[in-house]
Design a protein around this ligand. Structure first.
Ligand code: PLP
Length: 414
């Protein structure tokens, strides 16, 4: 079937929840994906932050093929050899103590919210009402299931499904005063992305993160870090919170963890883990042997190939090249991010839409988030020549669409 036939069929048969790019993908190799006609695209989005080792990485495909022949699914009624080994690898790099495996990011976040409520209940003095309020941040994105949705800020995601899960309040992004005002002894948890992804690649400040940590400790509430997009090496460290020197009580991971197979995890401190008992939470598929074996291979490969160092270096180079573009083009408002989690905020949503589309036509995949921000989440194996190519294409696309603005930038330099 060709693209048009598939588009027609999907429009008749699928719930219309997605606005897909008009590209029919066929295969991927390294940092490139290929469409059904063999056209090559440089992928700077990696399946929205999933394909950290690019496409068809030999170590991952080998493990995938070997494990598929042995055991794909067991249910969580049985033991298999990979959950505990993966938990050991994850707890080692995160400084956490225990893991619960899920199928997706939203389920990991859902598990975190449930644990936060269970922890508050388990630690509530007799005769008192358990703490139950949850604080989240404006512009946050934590997923699409009901609990996650309640902590996701954008009105357009929540409004069609109201009433949502009660007890959630949003704190103004990075606003320490607002945080202090809303944080009291009725709060059981504060959860946030140390670097917001969907919200436009926005890091919280050290002052805000430290205040959240201190207030959580003061009120016996939990600090939950959503590392679903930023975690497992994307920012050049295993986790974004490690740039801040803060150890959360709960951490959620997903996206890159199993090389594209559906897997997520909630990581918990020992202090918190004691509130969970058999039957309180579970999943049929989460943490199956195939996904866990591949995830273990992914973590080993990141370590073996010293990819964290590489992400730091290539990320700094990419950021510098984006900053050079910013100097040249008045249409760029800001460039920000860490490692290979980068954003370029343009002066208008229309321009961001146009540039994103034209980049796709030019054979470079990226996306637009928070209306005006071009987002880059490339595979960790990205090299300088790929960055240079992307920058050339961006430079040309910006110049073509903002001739007047580029001119003023030139004038400014004279
Ligand atoms: C920070 C963050 N949290 C949660 C999610 C939800 O993950 P999933 O789409 O796997 O449910 C996402 C997805 O983009 C995310 O970026």
């Amino acid at each position: 079937m060709n693209l048009e036939q598939i588009q027609k069929l999907e429009s008749q048969l699928l719930l219309s929840t997605y606005e897909r790019y008009p590209v029919l993908l066929h295969k991927g190799r390294g940092v490139y994906v290929y469409d059904h006609k063999g056209r090559r695209y440089l992928d700077l989005l990696s399946g929205i932050g999933v394909n950290a080792l690019g496409y068809a990485h030999p170590a991952l495909t080998r493990t995938l093929a070997q494990q598929a022949k042995l055991l794909v699914h067991t249910s969580n009624l049985f033991y298999h050899e990979y959950q505990a080994r993966l938990a050991a690898a994850l707890t080692k790099v995160s400084g956490m103590d225990r893991a619960f495996f899920t199928n997706s990011g939203t389920e990991a976040w859902e598990a975190a919210l449930k644990v936060a409520r269970a922890y508050a209940r388990a630690n509530c003095p007799e005769g008192q009402q358990p703490k139950w309020r949850i604080l989240a941040l404006e512009h946050a994105f934590h997923g699409r299931t009901f609990g996650a949705l309640a902590t996701t800020h954008k009105e357009k995601y929540r409004a069609p499904f109201e009433p949502g899960v009660p007890g959630v309040e949003f704190v103004k992004f990075d606003d320490v005063d607002d945080l202090e005002q809303k944080f009291d002894a009725t709060v059981c948890a504060i959860g946030f992305e140390f670097i917001q992804g969907e919200g436009g690649i926005r890091p919280v400040s050290k002052a805000f993160a430290e205040k959240a940590h201190a207030l959580a400790a003061k009120h016996g509430a939990l600090l939950i870090a959503d590392e679903i997009q930023s975690g497992l090496g994307r920012t050049g460290r295993w986790f974004a919170y490690q740039h801040y020197g803060i150890q959360p009580d709960l951490v959620t991971v997903a996206k890159p963890i199993a090389g594209g197979l559906p897997l997520g995890a909630l990581l918990a401190s020992e202090k918190v883990s004691g509130c969970m008992h058999p039957g309180m939470h579970g999943t049929t598929f989460g943490g199956g042997p195939l996904a866990c074996a591949v995830a273990l291979q992914l973590l080993h490969t990141i370590e073996r190939q010293r990819l964290l160092k590489h992400v730091q270096k290539i990320g700094a180079y990419f950021l510098r090249r984006l900053q050079e573009l910013q100097f040249k083009h008045d249409s760029i408002r800001e460039v920000r991010g860490l490692g290979l989690m980068l954003g370029m905020e343009l002066k208008s949503a229309d321009l961001a839409k146009t540039i994103f589309k034209q980049m796709l036509e030019r054979g470079v995949v990226l996306n637009r988030t928070d209306e005006t921000v071009l987002r880059f989440l490339p595979p960790f194996i990205l090299q300088k020549q790929h960055v240079d190519h992307a920058i050339r294409q961006l430079d040309e696309a910006l110049a073509k669409n903002t001739a007047g603005l580029a001119l003023t930038a030139e004038k400014r330099k004279q």
